[in-house]
Design a protein. Structure first.
Length: 160
């Protein structure tokens, strides 16, 4: 694992600094500070599983958001997970579409064991009403040579 960590250290640091720099650009006092998302997801690894989960996010600026989530996948046996990461939000179509990129760490557990993963991905938030959006999400999770992909769709509520 040590060689892989060194191999990915520069790209991960670059991505972190890019997200941080973009996040420090522009702040609006009327933006929502908190959001909550409920989602359904499909996991693609050796097999395909369905799962459900929820996330809570806090916006530091118009572009930078910190998010934590918990989820469960209905595999045999059942898999539980938590993750935390930074999102960099962009804006398209006058506040109707918000594409984003993200990076962070996730931990999944099964039968009393747990494994950490690096997580990165992105998605798009589509505003339906002022405080309600539909969210499409794609995340890659990688640990050494093992990895999996999660595709999710959910509803996101924002709070001021």
């Amino acid at each position: 694992m040590e060689n892989n960590a060194k191999k990915y250290a520069i790209p991960i640091l670059f991505l972190f600094l890019l997200v941080l720099a973009a996040g420090l650009h522009a702040q609006s006092d009327d933006q929502a500070k908190w959001d909550a998302t409920m989602f359904g997801a499909w996991v693609f690894s050796e097999h395909i599983f369905f799962g459900i989960g929820g996330a809570v996010g806090y916006s530091f600026t118009h572009r930078l958001e910190l998010e934590g989530e918990g989820y469960i996948f209905f595999a045999d046996p059942i898999v539980y997970g938590v993750s935390g990461g930074l999102l960099c939000n962009l804006e398209l179509l006058r506040g109707r579409l918000y594409p984003y990129v993200l990076g962070g760490i996730s931990v999944i557990g099964q039968r009393g064991e747990a494994w950490p993963y690096l997580m990165w991905g992105g998605g798009i938030k589509c505003a339906v009403m002022e405080n309600l959006s539909i969210r499409f999400d794609l995340r890659f999770h990688m640990y050494e040579t093992e990895g999996w992909l999660r595709m999710a769709i959910g509803f996101m509520w924002t709070f001021h």
